[in-house]
Design a protein around this ligand. Structure first.
Ligand code: ADE
Ligand code: ZN
Length: 319
């Protein structure tokens, strides 16, 4: 039986399995530049974050209707439940869809249909976190927050993702302030490919409560001391780090050293359709490659519930 756990770093668009991509492409009359699911899977060889993002954004072309987003989220929740996930905080990238002419309402209401049924259908409670694309202008993030206003009863928090290097957290200070004023929780990707200074900036300037990845934190001892003291959770994604070449091999992943340093680490799947595994697959991989003891694995599972936005009760109904 997999350990009960919370998944805190999961991009819903990154759960698009090749089979569903082809099904949605056929349904929506979208031509995919791959002969079949096998050919598509063979394209899942990445050199770095950007090479993954190119494919990740291009495959989103198959997602067009509320039904598509509901099907995507329901398929993820079924897989997550089978892997011991009891609570999932799900990222989505509204700008990647509005840029293609899909309204934010289609995205949020489609996802929400699956999320609202999830406790009963899958035994998984959920939260929705809207991410801004950091390689787009800050103005676009502000416009996206504004466009999301009618849907904020569905949305618990905001995040920051996409190409990290060259797009420091400082760029998004204003939109994070506006989101905080609306009562939204705040997280941000930092220290995946970018330097530890981006983690410090996300804490100081964006007021984030968790760091997504934080892989490079150990490079800065003062930062580590602060993260330990304040019990700032890090949502690590080991299989993702290997596939995107942030670490050479899983056996060299810094997770054990980070736990030894007293950091509040969690293990998550990021974009499981692309990186070779869902939540329990990541737990199994770190157990096997890093020799984590059963107690260490239980600590990771416990941390995931401590770091979750479960104290938020239900997402607010009206703002
Ligand atoms: N978008 C989807 N997955 C991501 C990742 N691992 N880092 C940054 N942006 C992402
Ligand atoms: Zn991510």
């Amino acid at each position: 039986m997999p350990l009960p756990k919370a998944e805190l770093h999961l991009h819903i668009e990154g759960t698009l399995e090749p089979e569903l991509a082809f099904e949605l492409a056929a349904r929506n009359g979208v031509e995919l530049p791959y002969a079949d699911t096998e050919a598509l899977r063979k394209a899942y060889l990445f050199d770095d974050l950007q090479s993954f993002l190119n494919l990740y954004y291009s495959l989103m072309a198959v997602l067009r209707t509320e039904d598509d987003f509901a099907a995507l989220a329901d398929a993820y929740l079924a897989r997550a439940a089978a892997q011991g996930v009891r609570h999932a905080e799900i990222f989505f990238d509204p700008q990647a869809h509005t840029a293609r002419g899909i309204s934010i309402g289609t995205v949020v209401e489609g996802l929400w249909r699956a999320l609202a049924a999830s406790e009963e259908r899958h035994g998984v409670s959920t939260r929705l976190i809207m991410c801004f694309l950091r390689d787009e202008p800050a103005e676009s993030a502000l416009l996206t927050l504004e466009a999301a206003r009618p849907h904020l009863d569905r949305i618990t928090g905001i995040g920051l993702d996409s190409a990290e290097v060259g797009h420091p957290p400082a760029k998004f200070r204003e939109v994070y302030e506006a989101a905080a004023a609306l009562g939204l929780r705040r997280v941000a990707h930092a220290g995946e490919e970018g330097p530890p200074a981006y983690i410090t900036e996300a804490l100081d300037l964006l007021g984030v409560e968790r760091i997504d990845h934080g892989l490079r934190a150990l490079e800065d001892p003062d930062l580590v001391a602060r993260l330990v003291r304040d019990r700032v959770p890090l949502t690590l994604c080991p299989l993702s780090n290997v596939r995107l070449r942030a670490v050479d091999v899983l056996a060299e992943h810094p997770l054990p050293a980070m736990m030894d340093a007293g950091l509040l680490c969690t293990v998550n799947s990021d974009d499981p359709a692309y990186f070779g595994g869902y939540a329990e697959d990541n737990f199994r991989a770190v157990r096997e490659a890093l020799g984590l003891s059963p107690e260490r694995l239980r600590e990771l599972a416990r941390n995931s519930f401590e770091a979750a936005f479960l104290d938020d009760d239900e997402p607010r109904r009206a703002r």
